[in-house]
Design a protein around this ligand. Sequence first.
Ligand code: NAD
Length: 312
Amino acid sequence: MPDKISIGIIGAGLMGHSLAQLFAGQGHAVWLYDTSETMLASAPERIRKNFRTFLELGLATDEDMERCLAGITLCSRLDEAVRDAGLIIEAVNEKLPLKQQIFAEVEGYVGPETLLCTNTSAISITSIAEALKGKERFLGTHFWNPPHIVPCVEVIKSEYTSDEVFETVYRFMKQAGKRPVKVLKDVPGFLGNRMQHALWREAASLLQAGIASAEDIDTVVKCGFGLRLAFIGPLETADLAGLDLTQDVQSYLLPFLETSPFPPAVMEDRIKEGKLGVKTGEGFHQWPQDKADRIIKQRDRVLLQISRLVGE
Ligand SMILES: NC(=O)c1ccc[n+]([C@@H]2O[C@H](COP(=O)([O-])OP(=O)(O)OC[C@H]3O[C@@H](n4cnc5c(N)ncnc54)[C@H](O)[C@@H]3O)[C@@H](O)[C@H]2O)c1
């Protein structure tokens, strides 16, 4: 794959606009498409907003920002966004039929060499591939929000993905400055969301049982074991603690942990009351708009600084 390529991004929402920023920032030609005119038109402004944190930390200049924006072409038609692309990343809503329908349409516009990626959070890559004729050039690239900051991307092989395509996309992500990992078998939720949602299920279960407040549950993660997670993973931590000790702890503890296959009632109750989180001003916590804006801005600053520190 050449150093600089054309990349088609389908969906200009939370992930799509940030993916456009990531790749245009690396000098690739990006074609960004969305069915919503509002989302498409607001993408450049959202990218400018993202850049503010980089500018404040001295990690980018105004020229970098303008160059990045100039590398993104907004497209109101799917064919226009994908026809010249060497790589396509889909980032539309998390619905299997929608993703299948988009890729079936995309196949009609692109040549056989174009690589097709989905940014699905959890849907089986193999099940999306079923809608395609050329299943071997399709795979998962699961980025973490916000992808223009968070280094890791899970590259996921479906039952049909060819080894060559898998390796090419893995190498491309590395060249693009990401920290790709290989998910060798297509399991729902891949690596990160399986681990993340196991933690969220336990957190909600503790809240539901009245063991602690939402604030204290989050504090244990943020100021306790979560603090080390950017530097040292769970299996490394188990090695440091000793596998014999880890086995003793787990033999006693695991039977007490939450194993329900359903989202917790404590979340369903809030959803019924219209408490959806930041977007409605309340979820597990209260979210006045100024607090939400502040936290998201601080999150980006902290993530950039942690990434730099860990990189060192
Ligand atoms: N939000 C996250 O933290 C996160 C993290 C990793 C992966 N993902 C995954 O990325 C995907 C996108 O998530 P998001 O958070 O950006 O969602 P989002 O709702 O912010 O954006 C989705 C966008 O897709 C557009 N869209 C809908 N139908 C379309 C179509 N037919 N063609 C083109 N555009 C269309 C919508 O208008 C919207 O702008 C999902 O699969 C999600 O699971 C999300």
